[in-house]
Write a protein that binds this ligand. Sequence first.
Ligand SMILES: *[C@@H]1O[C@H](CO)[C@@H](O)[C@H](O)[C@H]1NC(C)=O
Ligand SMILES: *[C@@H]1O[C@H](CO)[C@@H](O)[C@H](O)[C@H]1NC(C)=O
Ligand SMILES: *[C@@H]1O[C@H](CO)[C@@H](O)[C@H](O)[C@H]1NC(C)=O
Ligand SMILES: *[C@@H]1O[C@H](CO)[C@@H](O)[C@H](O)[C@H]1NC(C)=O
Ligand SMILES: *[C@@H]1O[C@H](CO)[C@@H](O)[C@H](O)[C@H]1NC(C)=O
Ligand SMILES: *[C@@H]1O[C@H](CO)[C@@H](O)[C@H](O)[C@H]1NC(C)=O
Ligand SMILES: *[C@@H]1O[C@H](CO)[C@@H](O)[C@H](O)[C@H]1NC(C)=O
Length: 445
Amino acid sequence: MNCTLHRLLLSSATLALIAFHVAASLSAYPVVLGANTGECSVPASENLVPVRREVYGNGRIIDITHRLTSDLPSYESMGSLGQFLWLAFSMKNGSLTNNSEMKLPAHTGTHVDAPGHVYDHYYEAGFDVDTLDLEVLNATNRSLWTRLHFASTKRAQLSPTSSFLKKANTMSGRNRCIPLLLLLSSIYALAAASLDAYPSVPGLDAGGCSVPTGEKNENLLLMRVFGNGRIIDITHRITPDLPAFDSEESLGQFLWLLLSMKNGSIANFSEIKLSAHTGTHVDAPGHVFDHYYDAGFDVDSLDLEILNGPALLVDVPKDKNLTAEVMESLHIPKGVRRVLFRTLNTDRRLMYKKEFDTSYVGFMRDGAKWLVENTDIKLVGIDYLSVAAYDDLIPSHLVFLESREIILVEGLKLEDVPAGVYTVHCLPLRLLGAEGSPIRCILIK
Ligand SMILES: *[C@@H]1O[C@H](CO)[C@@H](O)[C@H](O)[C@H]1NC(C)=O
Ligand SMILES: *[C@@H]1O[C@H](CO)[C@@H](O)[C@H](O)[C@H]1NC(C)=O
Ligand SMILES: *[C@@H]1O[C@H](CO)[C@@H](O)[C@H](O)[C@H]1NC(C)=O
Ligand SMILES: *[C@@H]1O[C@H](CO)[C@@H](O)[C@H](O)[C@H]1NC(C)=O
Ligand SMILES: *[C@@H]1O[C@H](CO)[C@@H](O)[C@H](O)[C@H]1NC(C)=O
Ligand SMILES: *[C@@H]1O[C@H](CO)[C@@H](O)[C@H](O)[C@H]1NC(C)=O
Ligand SMILES: *[C@@H]1O[C@H](CO)[C@@H](O)[C@H](O)[C@H]1NC(C)=O
């Protein structure tokens, strides 16, 4: 641990005494370095130094993702990544907010490979990154153990009747279709691997295991629950049909196959181009505040501790926008720091309608103000593209983001999840300089 970090951790008690500005930054942002030098004489506007960290929550959370910068190396290239972020809409040019757009190869920096990267039949059957098993990616002890075993058996080139497979068969109740999975591929090693990397396919374990090989299974693609129901994905899948803010057109194409095996490349290689506020996403304060944007309070400076921890999923009254009165009526106890608000937007399935709908439910200015002043909530989640109601779009954002205390997660997928207490895990991309980022959020029971 370097000494800057030490200072960061030790100083939190002293910091509580310091001015509102700094105290605020305790929450959504790590401590501001230099601000705790005793007299606190730095003018507020010069006090704005975002802290970039790899370690959060007193060392409990460690970020092992590389920050996306233009200097990142790119595979087999002499040059680096280069520009990946463009300010598509600027307040300087009359836009209500600044909105960046990102363009990245799918294999940039810290990334995951899906089997379609090098296997045609998997690519064509739809085994993309969205079908990967989140339970494995969370590296629970059990699956880590299984994977370690897999690695050693693969090295030994054991037959399908190996003790490893038998063990996998009995230890994991959810993978009841091992023989079928074996049929899906003549390559034994890969079939065994898919026990771990993909969720069990609903319908496949309903007795017969008779789904023809190669048939695209829609159920698999719709699967959003992992680890026997313990992990629930509350992120909307990114598809061309996702609605886009204030637009009659949906997102449209966001993925291009840059290099193709059909054209002689050794692997297929896609590029992604997205608005930073696409689908399920997070807003950084620079989205609506010039001085924060200019000071560098981007998505990479958000506190992962706020984005990860115990959370309440609540249903709000369906006949109103989120006013002070509504907020008060929810009686959210003090101490609750993360709340996901499920509104009429979920019932209306607005995230599944291509055309943007301005009548969505969101926070009115007084509701945002009430929440800021009367609760300990630092993570506000909502089920459409903006936490702020359309009529109070900018005022509500300003109230929420002014102190840099609160993180806004928008466009959550909250249908079919019982209200209650969960652990939420939300991870934005580390887009240096971006005022928003697509985010992956899951709930764990
Ligand atoms: C603003 O508009 C001008 C003229 O259309 C354009 O040249 C410039 O790139 C725009 N700037 C931003 C940040 O959008
Ligand atoms: C590569 O892309 C082509 C489309 O050009 C597709 O048909 C093929 O299945 C892909 N192969 C792999 C390995 O992803
Ligand atoms: C994810 O990993 C953590 C740490 O190993 C573990 O405590 C937690 O139970 C895991 N969650 C799931 C859903 O597997
Ligand atoms: C991890 O799994 C191994 C093997 O199943 C077990 O012996 C060990 O106690 C587990 N460790 C934890 C921390 O759960
Ligand atoms: C393959 O190359 C041809 C000719 O350069 C081009 O038109 C086509 O778009 C390429 N396809 C892919 C998938 O890269
Ligand atoms: C918007 O972008 C401009 C650059 O065009 C920047 O100077 C300004 O601070 C940004 N404003 C906000 C609110 O992010
Ligand atoms: C919420 O506010 C929007 C305007 O921002 C309005 O169109 C909509 O009808 C309101 N919804 C409810 C349930 O009152």
